[in-house]
Design a protein around this ligand. Sequence first.
Ligand SMILES: Cc1cc2nc3c(=O)[nH]c(=O)nc-3n(C[C@H](O)[C@H](O)[C@H](O)COP(=O)(O)OP(=O)(O)OC[C@H]3O[C@@H](n4cnc5c(N)ncnc54)[C@H](O)[C@@H]3O)c2cc1C
Ligand SMILES: NC(=O)c1ccc[n+]([C@@H]2O[C@H](COP(=O)([O-])OP(=O)(O)OC[C@H]3O[C@@H](n4cnc5c(N)ncnc54)[C@H](OP(=O)(O)O)[C@@H]3O)[C@@H](O)[C@H]2O)c1
Length: 453
Amino acid sequence: MPQLPTAAVIGAGSSGIAAVKALHERGIDVTCFETSDRVGGNWVFGNKNGMSAAYRSLHINTSRGRMAYTDFPMPEHYPDFPRHDQIAEYFDSYVDHFGFRDRIRFETGVEHAQRGADGTWELRTEDGGTHRFDMLLVANGHHWDKQMPEPAFPGTDDFQGTILHAHDYVDSEPLKGKDVVVLGMGNSAMDIAVESSEVARSTILAARRGAWIIPKYLFGKPLDTLANDPRVPFAIARRVMERIVALHVGRPESFGLPKPDHHFGGAHPTVSGRILDRIQHGRVAPKPNIARLHADEVEFTDGTRVHADVVIFCTGYKITFPFFDEHFIAAPDNRIDLFWRVFEPTVPNLAFIGLLQPLGAVMPLAEAQGRWVAEYLRGEYRLPSPDAMRAHMRDDAEAMRKRYVASKRHTIQVDFDDYLHRLAKERKAGAERAAAAGFAPQLPARVGEGVAA
Ligand SMILES: Cc1cc2nc3c(=O)[nH]c(=O)nc-3n(C[C@H](O)[C@H](O)[C@H](O)COP(=O)(O)OP(=O)(O)OC[C@H]3O[C@@H](n4cnc5c(N)ncnc54)[C@H](O)[C@@H]3O)c2cc1C
Ligand SMILES: NC(=O)c1ccc[n+]([C@@H]2O[C@H](COP(=O)([O-])OP(=O)(O)OC[C@H]3O[C@@H](n4cnc5c(N)ncnc54)[C@H](OP(=O)(O)O)[C@@H]3O)[C@@H](O)[C@H]2O)c1
């Protein structure tokens, strides 16, 4: 076997460690740079990297069976939906079990990554070091850079109370006895409104768009474990699920929430077993979008006003890569087109891991992506031509545009089973291309050769 390329991974969250393991076990010399002193990223409550969105009470909303890596189940004694500390512990033990902790350089954030004239990557780390690699894998996460409402609501500067983003939320202690307005219909808004409703004087849940509320359990099982055959067309599966949820849970508007402007499945799932109960108990009051803020009041688009001490914007996150020059690769409005959400056709020695928003958990998908990149670097997989990649990306983007409500939160959506199923087919097709071309590792000095003409 000729010498294999060297690889760097940015980030040792659940996506980065899956990639490091995949490369390491296939004999690739891989180094992972991690800002924090530990693995687990978002799942480390109070992570010293300052990037974790985890709050004290956070539990996963994808069941543990779905979230676990395929070769490392979560411990049997874990509940279906473990808390953040159990999840962080699981990622930690994954690294030790497969013995690749020495591949991770902790407290060594990457400040700048640049591709040189010869195609190799130069990484500058925060300790002042520079490092050169053939391949770069980016796994820096996409739930840490706060998306505040843009443009800001009129009167924001006049508001005398506290304005928080969901990322700043730690626990409900500061909400005790307060009048709280929570904005958003995603999972952060659900969890935070429920917690607020237990201690606050009043809790408003404001939204610019309705959402189907999905329970964690259906028919006594975690909902995401119900049979889901990727061969069943999405339109049929969607209709069946909409019917089941409408019968089992009820339609959102019957709880006073805004009526969804989309069919079931047209938005990233909002999962909550508790929000409807809190609304029915009168502890959370639904409202439409915020129109403006006043000194101590929030005014909504229906003209009503409430007193507010705290406003919490659960308005999502921006996809950013602070280590890349803006003109090189960026994701304006969270848009970034990639082949299978991994490869940028013009830069064949760059891959993104975990940069997707699945209906289901991220981890097994990041694991499959890592294995795919390992095959690529070993020359066992060959990318199609840039034109073929772009055609695939266009089709994919068009399918997502048709299916999802237009929103910055729906730019990187994938379906868990469908993605794994179709990626496996692509890996097979690329293996056939590689076999036809005669296996050869994809060294960047030969990047042009690394892609089929
Ligand atoms: C509140 C919340 C709950 C969620 N719940 C679920 C769930 O139940 N199920 C699910 O599948 N997903 C969930 N997600 C999605 C979440 O993004 C994934 O669970 C997971 O954290 C993604 O892992 P990651 O490795 O891609 O990113 P992260 O966990 O964000 O890890 C990124 C890592 O990269 C490091 N890093 C970043 N920049 C640099 C740099 N320049 N140099 C070096 N290191 C760097 C960070 O320090 C961090 O360790 C949730 C997200 C949020 C915000
Ligand atoms: N328990 C859990 O496991 C858990 C808990 C929290 C979060 N999460 C995950 O974390 C990720 C982020 O979730 P999130 O809820 O923080 O963000 P999100 O899913 O991006 O939702 C953002 C919400 O804010 C709304 N919004 C955005 N900008 C707005 C504006 N200017 N004015 C009014 N509304 C606006 C969006 O509405 P539109 O739809 O109209 O854009 C949407 O309802 C998701 O993957 C989620 O599943 C998981």
